[in-house]
Design a protein around this ligand. Sequence first.
Ligand code: LRH
Ligand code: MN
Length: 426
Amino acid sequence: MNIETQQLQDLNAKNLSTHKSQFDFLTQTLSNSDVDVDQVIKKLADFQVAIPSWALGAGGTRFGRFSYGGEPASLEQKIEDIGLIHKLTQTAGAISLHIPWDVPEDYNAIKELAALNKIKFDAVNSNTFQDQKNQKETYKYGSLSNTSAAVREQAIAHNKEVVEIGNKLGSKSLTVWLADGASFPGQNNFQTALTHTQNSLISIYEDMPADWKMFIEYKPYEPYFYSTVIQDWGTSLMLANGCGERAYTLVDLGHHLPNTNIEQIVSILMLKGKLGGFHFNDSKYGDDDITVGSIKPYALFLIFNELVYGMQNNPQNPELGWMIDASHNLKDPLEDLIQSLEAIQEAYAKALLIDQEALRAAQENNDVTLCQEILQTAYRTDVRPLVQEARLKTGGALNPIAAYRDLGVRDALIKTRGKNTVATGL
Ligand code: LRH
Ligand code: MN
């Protein structure tokens, strides 16, 4: 399935005048508050989010999985699907692979196909939370933290292999998420588990190419339900500091206990120069991995406020890795990813409208009411014309979901792939 630029231009033409009048009205409104609209649109156009290779098919839970029809059955088809999303949104210019779910067979062919679809290879993800066929040691009782040196060695070797695979594709970062933990009090010695994990991560870190980064992802619980070795941002930061200056913390929005102030975590990590990247999703209860901005859009906006402040004031923090990490149990996976991308762009655009200087002044004066007024004025601004203008300028669809449906993408995928193909992943 390929989407021609002309098809998009024809679809956009139907809504162009409406868009123009909405965009002109907003530009007029924003000119009163010294917002550099062109700069906001440039930042939106340059903002690229990596799509997880494990979230292009229907996801499931232990209670069941309902397949979606036309799912990608190979890494090639996954890259093609991301190419479709990128064509429509112009903000999905990267893929994040999960190994061994998506090991390339022909590296050159995969790199050519990715280049053809204008897709870069972002962070690669290791997997020591499942046992692979013919695997010598089991990860049932942990991997990098395991009491058995043989199991730790196997997990370290896997991570080094993942780096090699990523290196051949042009990726420059490794994401390590460990399920390691315990489901019962007394099951683990917390200190031994953390010490093993630190030493194992150091061994992986020291083996990485000099221009690579390591992202250490934390999570409070699941799949184990009493303790997780890398349970929170503090533990991840400690381990990153223990590895070295190219190790950072990765924030998965779903990996926080209810009501955690994630924007404060983001702000502190940027101040310390240790925020490496994000896994965007949303949740109401646990690690629900649902559409970004579908439950807590204001929280997402507050996180982007700290990101914008950090990107303007914390040169000590590296360029961030932006990734989605979601699972699609009900919606068309591609529509769900498009909605997540739009929610991310809108939160970023609203945060770019915040008058950071006025906010700093109000904070210094403890003018609490004015602080909220400044934030909410930005949040209450309908920024969709800005996001649409950025897409228009980069050759995307004014309305990606409508275009996806008008072009009959899912039907075309089912026609070529059938109803029963199943994508690897969660
Ligand atoms: C763990 C996680 C991690 C991935 C997995 C697919 O919950 O967020 O980032 O390895 O999901
Ligand atoms: Mn994640």
